[in-house]
Design a binder for this molecule. Structure first.
Ligand code: PDD
Length: 298
């Protein structure tokens, strides 16, 4: 990565744009960028702990998968992706926080079909300090809303309007998340995956085209199974929500979070349940193992 002669102390936030680290105040994206005009792009969000970006390989693989599905090529190979993210984290002195990275189909005169000829994709990333919110462990409220998204929500595109509207409606109703329902089936949340506990068994929607294949979901699934918890990738229904013993959600920035109220009613006993606690511990162990692996590597 070419460092455009900036350090954080002299220039504030340092961002990555098209191969260079630059002061945010210097970063310029053309108004005819297709990400801006059409939402024609994809993105990833990684968690940073102890200055180390977690599960970067899985995030890179999902980025490439999203790109391929929309016929976009990511102009970073895996090593370039890892290097970019590490340099961005270091340049901003992020210890606890996140990295956001977006790739769009670049700049071209506005026309729906892809630009003709070689147009370089726009790659933009930032790293930000954001300490974990300890209050999440006490559980959050959710509301149930219709899933109004398209048919390929497994692709992590920047077309997030239905997610934005659902998230805003949740906030308006004093909730942290919106649980989305399509044809009576619970899919996921506006910015996280959702899980249900019934009869001691944990259920979550299979990783098909109706949900985002959360990296935290995959890590949690494996960690919970290793811990001997019965976890099934089976869809459940909206009606099941009202009978659930426990509900929880997973996402990169929040980890495993108990859902203790839906539409104002308590879930189970109204406090975080024992299975959610077990799953959460299993997930934290997986994060600790990842941190150990990253420290040994560096
Ligand atoms: N959101 N489902 C949706 C719709 C999401 O946007 C996200 C992530 C997840 C969880 O995926 P992961 O475990 O890989 O973070 C599920 C990110 C954090 C965001 O848009 O900010």
């Amino acid at each position: 990565v070419g460092v455009h002669a900036v350090t954080q102390s002299e220039a504030g936030e340092v961002v990555y744009l098209n191969g260079q680290l630059v002061a945010r105040s210097e970063a310029r994206i053309d108004p005819e960028d297709r990400g801006f005009l059409f939402g024609d792009g994809i993105y990833e969000v990684l968690e940073v702990q102890a200055g180390l970006p977690l599960f970067a390989q899985a995030h890179y693989e999902r980025l490439v998968r999203s790109a391929q599905a929309i016929q976009l090529s990511v102009p970073l190979d895996k090593d370039g992706f890892l290097r970019t993210i590490r340099e961005l984290v270091a340049a901003n002195g992020v210890e606890e926080g996140l990295v956001y990275l977006q790739v769009t189909r670049g700049v071209a005169p506005r026309s729906h079909a892809f630009p003709q000829g070689e147009v370089p994709p726009t790659v933009f990333a930032f790293a930000r300090s954001q300490p974990p919110d300890p209050s999440l462990a006490q559980g959050v409220a959710a509301v149930v809303l219709p899933d109004q998204r398209w048919y390929r929500v497994d692709l992590k595109t920047v077309n997030l309007l239905p997610n934005v509207l659902a998230s805003q409606e949740a906030r308006r109703r004093g909730a942290y998340e919106a649980i989305l329902v399509r044809d009576g089936v619970v899919t996921e949340c506006s910015h996280s995956n959702v899980w249900m506990v019934r009869g001691g068994v944990v259920y979550t929607h299979p990783a098909d085209t109706w949900i985002l294949h959360g990296v935290t979901r995959a890590v949690t699934l494996q960690a919970a199974r290793q811990a001997g918890i019965d976890v099934r990738e089976e869809a459940f229904l909206e009606v099941d929500l009202w009978e659930a013993q426990e509900l929880f959600l997973t996402s990169t920035t929040a980890g495993v979070v108990p859902i203790v109220r839906i539409n104002g009613r308590p879930v189970g006993t109204g406090v975080p349940g024992p299975v959610t606690g077990q799953v959460s511990r299993a997930y934290r162990q997986a994060v600790e193992a990842e941190l150990r692996r990253l420290r040994e590597e560096s």
